[in-house]
Design a protein around this ligand. Structure first.
Ligand code: ZN
Length: 78
């Protein structure tokens, strides 16, 4: 069982990996080591022990760019 950093909110050490999120599907939380505190339910980055908000925003922006790039590519080649 991998040990994650303590929760930034309540300092509890027990956290569970999040398997799926609305913002990142299955890939996003895996890339960002997104974990959820067993004590207070706060979600954070299990590797850094910090909030994942910036990571989530960056992930969303990257995904948006990828989607737009794919759409542009499809328009160019079709
Ligand atoms: Zn907590």
């Amino acid at each position: 069982m991998p040990d994650y950093k303590p929760c930034p909110k309540c300092s509890s050490v027990g956290a569970t990996k999040v398997g799926y999120t609305w913002w990142g599907g299955i890939l996003g939380p895996s890339l960002l080591t997104h974990v959820k505190c067993d004590n207070c339910g706060n979600a954070f980055n299990g590797k850094t022990g910090q909030s994942n908000t910036i990571g989530i925003i960056m992930y969303s922006v990257v995904m948006l760019v990828v989607v737009v790039a794919v759409l542009v590519a499809l328009r160019l080649f079709l």
